[in-house]
Design a binder for this molecule. Sequence first.
Ligand SMILES: Cc1cc2nc3c(=O)[nH]c(=O)nc-3n(C[C@H](O)[C@H](O)[C@H](O)COP(=O)(O)O)c2cc1C
Length: 384
Amino acid sequence: MKRLGFRTAGESHGKGLIAVLERLPAGFSVDVHAIDAMLARRRKGFGRSARQSMENDAVEILTGLKRGKTIGAPLTLFVRNKDVRIDAYRELHRPRPGHADLAGAVKFGTKDVADVMERASARETAARVAAGAVASQILSAVGISVFGWVSRIGSVALGGNPEIPDAASVREASPVGSLDPEADGRAVALIEALREAGDTVGGEFSVVARGVPVGLGSHAEWDSRLDGRLAQALMSIPAIKSVEVGDGAQSAMAQGLTYHDPIVPDGAGGVDRPTNRAGGIEGGISNGMPIVVRGAMKPIPTVRKPLPSINLQTGDPEEAVWERSDVCSVPAVSVVAEAMAALVLLDALLEAVPSDALDHLLTGTDALRARARGLTRSERPIRP
Ligand SMILES: Cc1cc2nc3c(=O)[nH]c(=O)nc-3n(C[C@H](O)[C@H](O)[C@H](O)COP(=O)(O)O)c2cc1C
């Protein structure tokens, strides 16, 4: 992060998860119910484990607010765990392939892989979602929306158009957080069959951000590029194995004349982009078109029919440990990805419009848009 401070702390079976956000603009009214609603979206989704019905994930704001408004001080968000047993947890010596268990145990000098699991667990993503919900609210105040959904579960491709007016309710009604009611049944059946078989599955998420002004990120330094910042944030979500911007990997098969988004006059003194294969970012800079990113999640590594492993105490071959686990977490990942994208975009916006207070951010963002108007136009719908 360049301007925003963002850190999480906490373990899977400790007291809870914490997120700290620094340098938020003062004077912003935080909607706690909206944070809880986003946390609830992360918990839901067909294929998750029994833990999700045990945790109710209501955020507590510990610092940084006065009468519900930010005051320019660090904002501390706390999501309490119900399943608190970190000190009573039995030792586990059979690392699971596909997890941080083995490499983490060697790195931190322990044979008890539970030490590693506590922090490597994706329970940590509850803190990311709480922080991302705050970022989303601030972005929304300046006319930027961030929307994530599930676009594939294993072999089942999930289509749908995020531009339809009721996209949020379609996603809400979907058991897997998709925009494709017709294909949802096949996704649910696949997860159900794999649960029966003691197996797991991954999939794909998509995120679109609309209303992003031209000029966030920069081509000038390698670590200022907005595409790189989004990719790092999304790849940092456990189990994410690839991130694409716009047409992504498909670009490798395209040809220049038909691939690049033409720049045409819009008839009102500005410019238009009739296509958005670049996904709203050119040269590492937002270009005013919707920012479109996608990511792939690998199958959950804790499988009920356990994978081969060894016992770290004896060195003998044994089956990997099985702990209560999701069969499919892609619906949850789409919410975490939305949260991480919102944090990166807020960071890039605060970098472009350094603002100590909300009124500075509002006028500064308006000024940024006014500057770009006449040269480019923002908030175009995505062309499927
Ligand atoms: C929201 C979410 C939920 C997850 N739930 C589980 C789970 O229940 N069981 C499991 O073994 N892995 C789960 N994972 C995946 C692991 O956290 C991940 O595979 C592991 O950290 C190693 O992935 P990496 O090699 O990409 O870091 C989940 C991931 C996310 C993002």
